[in-house]
Design a protein around this ligand. Structure first.
Ligand code: FES
Length: 127
């Protein structure tokens, strides 16, 4: 069950055992030595882990109270999640299938020492 970080060119594959440990998507990414902003340490306060979900939103756990609050304030769009607050939803994925989560790091949360590629959907926006 891969997680693809589309604009970083990174793909991480997880075993069933990883999923059963119910770790956040952020934790799974960090455990694979991929740098990802998370200034508040995963408490749902800073929004530096806010990420655009390109595919697989339905496979994630429901919005946390912190995400619900941001959504009410219009600071979390329908295609965005705080990845420190969500996990793969074991109820929604068939562990024998190839569920895929594709995400993209938002421009405001990109780290200066990493190289991000523009998404196809972003190409041509500034011209
Ligand atoms: S790490 Fe701060 S909100 Fe997720």
């Amino acid at each position: 069950m891969p997680i693809t970080i589309e604009n970083l060119g990174e793909e991480i594959d997880f075993s069933k055992q990883d999923l059963l440990q119910e770790k956040s998507i952020l934790t799974l990414i960090l455990q694979n030595y991929i740098d990802f902003l998370h200034i508040c340490g995963g408490k749902g306060k800073c929004t530096t882990c806010k990420t655009k979900i390109l595919e697989g939103m339905e496979l994630l756990t429901p919005l946390s109270p912190a995400e619900e609050r941001l959504k009410r304030l219009n600071r979390l769009q329908a295609d965005e999640r705080l990845i420190c607050q969500c996990q793969w939803s074991l109820e929604k994925i068939d562990l024998s299938s190839q569920a895929v989560l594709r995400l993209a790091v938002l421009p405001e949360n990109q780290l200066p020492h990493l190289q991000y590629v523009p998404l196809e959907s972003d190409l041509g926006k500034d011209s």
